[in-house]
Ligand binder design. Structure first.
Ligand code: OSB
Ligand code: MG
Length: 369
């Protein structure tokens, strides 16, 4: 495939409500969009990193630099032999930076699929036309505020609630949600690495609440700690930050460090590696679900397609556009009966709205290929 141009466009979208996690509070979502132009198509993807390196070591300004100075030159060296399948191998000599690699591979895959008229879902192996939607609920200033938010999301039809937790905001809010909304609500928690193995006895106090899982309780490099914790609590341990590849997934499963995996395509270098994680997990009887990074409609479209693969058996953080934004960059993803429809058009299957895009753009860089 011959690429003519790569545009990097920085955009900022205000969030409808601040989103607080154990590592910080986001008031807006800033991202770099990558637009790949070929003779017959335009491929789009969005960078998952945040402005600060708090979720992982990647951050947006660093991503822009590594894409421009280290990743794109390696793709240019492939010339007309460049295809989405060859991106990961071409970029492998550059250590780390999975989110920056993912945004390039995804935009190139989108352009390629648009040229051939194939949807992301069909290309990846989707088996569902719609996927169940969960919602990730941030840390709040009070329990009343939390219960209000959870109540509103349940009224909207969300099929699973995930509570962000940290030391000082864990057992008590989980109990409050269970007492208010009952034992039938599918409920899980996400600590974003905020605990250590020494907190095992404290985290065991979550056992009676029948949570689907606890996500990433310990630091990302502590697989043995997670394996130890899994033996000390009955809540299933799920990994997010720890899993950056299918090899990581295989190791974590073999060590007993997790019994569920949150698959975020950006965190693992793209949708092709994400599919391999899906496959490794399936082969080991480990369920997976699709995580999110507050994506706009551009990233959400591809995530929803991935979430339609057969081993995505738990509702993902694939929420509707209005959970994040009053005005999305694409036509909004809307909750229908607790589900989002998998796009069926070529590539990611959604169009970027040009006026909204221009209004939210803060800078643009063109790289002739
Ligand atoms: O840990 O899953 C996470 C958002 C930003 C960074 C990390 C995480 C999250 C979420 C929100 O939990 C998921 C979403 O709704 O996109
Ligand atoms: Mg997480």
């Amino acid at each position: 495939m011959k690429i003519e141009n790569i545009e990097m466009r920085r955009v900022t979208l205000p969030l409808v409500t601040p989103f607080r996690t154990s590592f910080g509070t986001a008031y807006e979502r800033e991202t770099t969009l990558v637009r790949v132009t070929t003779a017959n198509a335009e491929g789009w993807a969005e960078h998952a990193a945040e402005p600060d390196p708090l979720y992982s070591s990647e951050f947006l300004d660093g991503g822009d630099l590594v894409i421009r100075d280290h990743l794109i030159p390696r793709l240019q060296a492939l010339g007309d032999r460049l295809t989405a399948d060859r991106v990961a191998t071409a970029l492998a000599p550059v250590k780390g930076h999975p989110m920056s690699k993912a945004v390039l591979e995804t935009a190139i895959l989108d352009a390629q699929l648009k040229e051939t008229g194939v949807s992301f879902g069909d290309h990846l192996g989707a088996v569902h036309e719609r996927v169940p939607a969960g919602v990730s609920v941030g840390i709040m200033d009070s329990h009343e505020e939390l219960l209000d938010a959870v109540g509103r999301y349940l009224d909207e039809g969300y099929l699973r609630i995930k509570l962000k937790i940290e030391p000082g905001w864990d057992v008590v809010p989980v109990r409050a949600v269970r007492e208010r909304f009952g034992d039938d609500v599918l409920l899980q928690v996400d600590a974003n690495t905020a605990y250590t193995l020494a907190d095992a006895r404290h985290l065991a106090q979550l056992d009676p609440f029948n949570l689907l899982l606890i996500e990433q309780p310990l630091p990302e490099d502590d697989l043995l700690g997670h394996a130890g914790l899994a033996k000390l609590i009955t809540t299933p341990v799920c990994l997010d930050e720890s899993i950056e590849s299918a090899r990581d997934a295989a190791a974590a499963i073999a060590l007993g460090a997790c019994s569920v995996i949150n698959v975020k395509p950006a965190r693992v270098g793209g949708y092709l590696e994400a599919r391999r994680i899906h496959d490794v997990a399936a082969a080991n009887g480990v369920p997976v679900w699709c995580g999110g990074m507050l994506e706009t409609g551009i990233g959400r479209a591809a995530n929803v397609a991935l979430a339609a693969l057969p081993n995505f058996v738990m509702p993902g953080d694939t929420s509707a556009s209005n959970r994040y934004y009053t005005q999305d960059l694409t036509a909004p993803f809307v909750l229908e009966d607790g589900h989002l429809a998998v796009p069926t058009g070529p590539g990611i299957g959604v169009d970027v709205l040009p006026d909204v895009l221009n209004e939210l753009t803060t800078r643009t860089t063109d790289i002739r290929f």
